[in-house]
Ligand binder design. Structure first.
Ligand code: ZN
Length: 60
C-alpha cells in the first residue's frame, strides 16, 4: 500500500470523460485512421478502407 488516502470524488451531473489519449473508434474513423490497426484510411466512393488490415466502413 502506498499510504495515500484514496479520495473517491463523484462529479454529479458530469458525463464520464474518456482519457485524453483514448480516442474512440468513431473518432478515429472521422480522423481517417483505422480503428483496428491505426493506419491511414483510404476513401473510396463514400466508404473508408484500410489497405493494411482490410477494415472497411461506409457512412451511408
Ligand atoms: Zn487497418
Amino acid at each position: 500500500m502506498s499510504g495515500e488516502p484514496e479520495e473517491s470524488v463523484v462529479f454529479k451531473g458530469m458525463p464520464a470523460q474518456p482519457a485524453p489519449n483514448a480516442v474512440s473508434d468513431d473518432q478515429k474513423i472521422k480522423m481517417g485512421i483505422c480503428p483496428v490497426c491505426d493506419n491511414k484510411l483510404a476513401y473510396q466512393e463514400g466508404c473508408k478502407l484500410c489497405y493494411a488490415c482490410g477494415w472497411g466502413g461506409c457512412t451511408t
